[in-house]
Design a binder for this molecule. Structure first.
Ligand SMILES: C[S@@+](CC[C@H](N)C(=O)[O-])C[C@H]1O[C@@H](n2cnc3c(N)ncnc32)[C@H](O)[C@@H]1O
Length: 242
């Protein structure tokens, strides 16, 4: 069973800001930059002349999976994208709807997306994949609805590799975050689950391997560590049509 985010929807944004010291917004903006630079060309790789002539299509339609309270949608809409957001939690979506009135919002499961193949220029997911019950299925669905030549950008929290950072990270996630969770959201349990689920979740190459093993063809993929690797950004380009 996925965690029920309805319970923490009301305090979700405030707690996010406090818990990450405002970095979560910066991370999402960074992801949106990657979406924008992934201008796609439906017929495949661009040659140098086409690139010179800027014969690339602008990224317009973006699906934000597990959109929550819509913060990624806010950043995407600011850059002129048309955003569709899906989430399991009605309470989270209700907040998202108020933030981005132009967005299209739907209660839906990432593991069974209600859209035809090759629907969106780009797909994003911020801090959502860790909550999927069947990770491979969710990722495969996200790739299915992405247009050939399109880009998928995923943000996820991770345990930092550096032995210098680790003790601070452990102290913060094991003690301070659950305490903030109980003070701000009145829900210590949800925020005790957070560091545990981060530690269990595949990161880096292991995560990219799962995507590369999907039945959809990947042109290339890479990861970037943000803020000492506390957040990881994965950029995956779906192979263009032949
Ligand atoms: C940590 S929140 C992230 C929300 C938002 N993307 C953000 O950037 O703040 C995780 C969200 O994933 C949603 N979620 C979890 N499993 C899901 C699934 N299988 N399909 C759709 N949404 C899901 C939850 O309801 C929750 O809103």
């Amino acid at each position: 069973m996925p965690y029920d985010f309805d319970k923490i929807a009301r305090t979700y944004d405030r707690l996010n800001r406090v818990m990450t010291l405002g970095l979560d917004r910066r991370w999402r903006k960074r992801a949106v930059k990657e979406v924008e630079s992934g201008k796609w060309h439906p017929e495949g790789e661009l040659n140098t002349m086409e690139k010179k002539n800027n014969a690339v299509k602008k990224v317009e339609s973006v699906l934000d999976v597990a959109c929550g309270t819509g913060d990624m949608a806010v950043s995407l809409a600011e850059r002129g994208c048309t955003v569709t957001g899906i989430d399991l939690s009605e309470e989270m979506l209700a907040i998202a709807k108020r933030k981005v009135e132009s967005g299209k919002w739907k209660v839906a499961d990432a593991e069974n997306l209600p859209f035809p193949d090759d629907s969106f220029d780009a797909v994003t997911c911020a801090f959502g994949v860790r909550n999927f019950v069947h990770l491979e299925q969710g990722l495969s669905e996200m790739l299915r609805v992405l247009k050939p030549g399109g880009r998928m950008v995923i943000l996820e929290l991770a345990t930092p590799d550096s032995p210098l950072i680790r003790p601070f990270y452990n102290l913060y996630t094991e003690h301070i975050i659950p305490w903030l969770g109980s003070r701000i959201a009145g829900n210590r349990e949800a925020y005790t689950y957070l560091p545990e689920s981060i530690a269990r979740f595949p990161k880096g190459e292991s995560f990219l391997e799962i995507i590369q093993n999907s039945k959809f063809r990947i042109h290339n993929s890479c990861q970037r560590k943000l803020t000492f690797g506390v957040c990881r950004m994965y950029v995956i380009n779906k192979e263009a049509a032949r």
